[in-house]
Ligand binder design. Structure first.
Ligand code: ZN
Length: 147
């Protein structure tokens, strides 16, 4: 059940990002999940859907990207991918190993919905397409969060 507390942490981090950008709704949340975390994607998605309710992330999509494990032998510093829960170095058969990757759970990126204006129809006389950096319109359309 640790997915539920993880999902809550992910959502709250995503909401922090959304608040920093004028309360834009969260569109997508990308998470890097190491295989050693043994996260079940289906449970994670259910937990995420529960945690995001009635927040700026209510319509957000969760994208989980699995990070393969890379183990390093502390004795000979060889790196290998484990195919077992017991980590045995294929080079020297040492068992003192540490995970270089695969143990992480990181919020990789949060994508905010930036089309705050003109829902359901773009203006035909809009010349500026792709004016990146020009953050025009911090209009808050959807600030009402109903309880
Ligand atoms: Zn070794």
């Amino acid at each position: 059940m640790h997915e539920f507390s993880l999902a809550q942490a992910i959502v709250s981090q995503a909401l922090e990002a959304a608040e920093r950008h004028g309360n834009l709704p969260v569109q997508e949340v990308r998470v890097l999940a190491g295989v050693l975390r043994q996260i079940v994607p289906e449970i994670m998605e259910t937990a995420f859907d529960a945690a995001k309710q009635e927040t700026l992330a209510a319509d957000a999509r969760l994208v989980l990207r699995e990070v393969p494990a890379l183990i390093q032998c502390k004795a000979c510093l060889a790196c290998f991918e484990p195919d077992d829960v017991f980590w045995i170095c294929p080079n020297c058969s040492g068992s003192r190993c540490q995970a270089l990757t695969g143990d992480e759970l990181l919020l990789h990126s949060v994508i905010l919905s930036d089309d705050a204006g003109a829902p359901g129809g773009s203006e035909p006389n809009e010349p500026a397409r792709g004016s990146r950096g020009g953050r025009h319109g911090n209009t808050r359309h959807r600030t009402s969060i109903e309880g």
